[in-house]
Design a protein around this ligand. Structure first.
Ligand code: AGP
Length: 368
């Protein structure tokens, strides 16, 4: 086991630091001649383009990855996208139609809730697409077509490298589905060039490791942590909070910043740490105003912003700032989750909990 961990103390730590490489393997051989080539989807692209809607289905981190993909899938394909937590779809026996494309996202490809939802969607006649890290898994065998994310074996119970590879796999899927649209060609080129440089930007953001360890030591005794995001980074807020709660065993909630004044604002005081994700995109000015509202209630803020934006997000200098490299807006979730993965990792070590086997959790939840 020690050999497999190499120079790292834990698998989660190793898998976080592997991301420049795992993302390359996700994209290897698939970005060709200024376009995207996904062998596992090729025969089905025409059917997907004609579908009435895309339904993303998954659990936990895989659901969050799909949520991160939703805005760019809608933008690049023009197809409406709805989100389903697998267990909730089953509880409701929600509507799934033969005109739907149901996209199942699962690292293991063996999650019971996701597989039962897959059976349900197959019974209802939907085209079923699998996004998985596990070749030969039940998910990859039962779906009509799909994309293997090729992130390499993930051992830590907390999913890290699979999350970023899932987002990139779905970005390539969206590019492939939308590749017949002339109006979005320039946008597709920007995203493809962003994908090409993504790995080196991930290496850059990993340099925040020491800073995140320091931040973790300042939060070690906190009872709770909130994470506010919106737009492309709503999913980042949910996923960052999930990482903190599942391994550091600290209560943490990811919240849609647009919902702040509809309830969560009541929690704000000088003690509760709040991470606000405010990297540059179309929602930037709205996040600036969220920061001002939180500061005026004496909130204890940690702001994640694009490099060079510290004074734009916090002119008073009263927030702790995490500066990250800026990439194409829809790929920014891949960068922004990494400091939060590092934070969760260091918090866990400093609080003395088991990093790779958090209590009560299993890597793959194969029972309902
Ligand atoms: C991730 O950190 C969690 N351990 C968990 O939410 C996981 O993502 C979920 O159980 C789904 O697993 P899957 O991707 O293998 O389907």
């Amino acid at each position: 086991e020690q050999i497999k961990k190499g120079s790292y103390d834990h698998f989660m730590q190793k898998e976080i630091h592997e991301q420049p490489h795992s993302l390359k393997t996700t994209m290897r051989g698939r970005l060709k001649d200024g376009g995207v080539l996904l062998g596992g989807l090729k025969e089905y692209l025409k059917t997907i383009r004609r579908c009435r809607r895309v339904v993303f289905i998954g659990c936990g981190t895989s659901y969050n990855a799909a949520l991160a993909a939703r805005p760019f899938v809608e933008e690049l394909t023009g197809i409406p996208v709805t989100m389903e937590v697998a267990s909730d779809l089953l509880d409701r026996q929600g509507p799934i139609y033969r005109e739907d494309t149901a996209v199942f996202v699962s690292q293991s490809g063996e999650t019971a809730d996701t597989l039962m939802a897959l059976d349900y969607a197959l019974e209802n006649g939907a085209l079923c697409v699998g996004i998985t890290n596990t070749v030969g898994s039940t998910l990859s065998r039962k779906t009509h077509c799909g994309v293997h994310i090729n992130a390499g074996c993930e051992i830590g119970v907390a999913s890290t490298k699979a999350y970023t590879s899932q987002i990139v796999a779905m970005a390539m899927m969206a590019l492939a589905i939308g590749s017949d649209q002339i109006s979005t060609q320039a946008r597709r080129e920007t995203i493809i060039s962003g994908l090409t440089n993504l790995s080196s930007n991930v290496s850059e953001v990993l340099k925040l490791d020491v800073e995140m360890k320091e931040l973790a030591s300042s939060l070690i005794d906190s009872e709770s942590l909130l994470v506010f995001g919106r737009g492309y980074n709503y999913a980042t807020a949910l996923e960052g909070a999930l990482k903190v709660k599942e391994v550091a065993l600290m209560h943490s909630e990811g919240m849609l910043a647009g919902e702040m004044k509809h309830g969560p604002l009541a929690l704000v005081d000088e003690n509760l740490p709040i991470i606000v994700i405010a990297t540059r995109d179309a929602c930037f000015s709205k996040q600036q105003s969220v920061i001002q509202q939180l500061l005026s209630r004496k909130g204890r803020l940690i702001v994640m912003c694009s490099r060079g934006d510290a004074s734009a997000v916090c002119p008073s200098g009263s927030c702790r700032v995490i500066e990250v490299p800026q990439v194409a807006d829809c790929l920014q979730p891949v960068i922004n989750i990494i400091p939060l993965q590092l934070l969760a990792y260091h918090l866990t070590v400093l609080r003395g909990f088991d990093v790779d086997q958090p209590r009560n959790l299993a890597k793959s939840v194969t029972t309902q």
